[in-house]
Design a binder for this molecule. Sequence first.
Ligand SMILES: NC(=O)c1ccc[n+]([C@@H]2O[C@H](COP(=O)([O-])OP(=O)(O)OC[C@H]3O[C@@H](n4cnc5c(N)ncnc54)[C@H](O)[C@@H]3O)[C@@H](O)[C@H]2O)c1
Length: 262
Amino acid sequence: MKIEGRTFIVSGGASGLGRATTLDLYAKGASIAILDLNSDLASQVIASTSADRVRFFQTDVTNSEQVAANVKLAAEWSAETKNPLGGIVAAAGIGNPALTYGRQGPVDLDGFKFVIDINLIGTVDVVRNGLEYLTKVQPEGEDGERGVIIMVASAAAYEGQSGQLAYAASKGGVVSMTLPMARDLSKYGIRVVTLAPSMFDSPMTEKMPPKVKESLTRSMEFPKRPGKPHEFSQVAIACIESTMINGEVIRLDGASRMPARL
Ligand SMILES: NC(=O)c1ccc[n+]([C@@H]2O[C@H](COP(=O)([O-])OP(=O)(O)OC[C@H]3O[C@@H](n4cnc5c(N)ncnc54)[C@H](O)[C@@H]3O)[C@@H](O)[C@H]2O)c1
């Protein structure tokens, strides 16, 4: 699908992997509606682009009314500017490690739900609200394609480390939604792809203790380093552009398999 002249909704688009995707979509001539909590980081993205083609809608993806209202505003902006919606990149996410059973006793259920609410339910909510509009854009090309959904899982969906109970559950949910969602949306000419990175440089991994980062880097085969945000967005862009990629989860991990403990 051609990216130029289309509008993409990017949740978590103010930072890290979402931000790199925003900037690369922008460089390809797209308009981007960033849905994110963090207005400071979003302002930096706006400052380095153009307000004509990048807008920020402050959104907490766990607040369903806010998600619906801001996705609607983004869709109205795309209609006004005649840059039809072309897809949704659901990249908002958090870590929040906790042991299943530790010194404090069993895992705190509110903490567990917090991660699921953002990473899994927040992803579904942004996507389902966006579909209200994406299913109605004019199909294009010989295949009648309308758009692409990119979701973000993690290598932790497959090899969740000790302490990643909630995170692994949330990302496993995203992995498992990929095929049924692609099947559901095929009749609308909408594809679904999930990217599952291992360790990438971003504000999220900056907070990790050096010991943890070193252990994860050691688990990389090649290249032996964390991924760079642009290496994530390169694949996101390829998935949007290449019509045969659908219903698939792609690991971006330098052939690493994460160790049990960090
Ligand atoms: N960086 C990695 O190593 C890595 C590895 C695997 C998966 N991931 C996944 O990639 C995605 C992006 O992560 P990142 O590394 O860029 O992290 P990041 O912290 O740099 O970016 C996450 C963004 O999500 C936003 N966000 C958090 N909670 C939100 C909420 N409730 N509502 C709206 N926005 C919210 C933050 O404000 C931030 O802009 C996440 O889903 C993360 O789980 C990252």
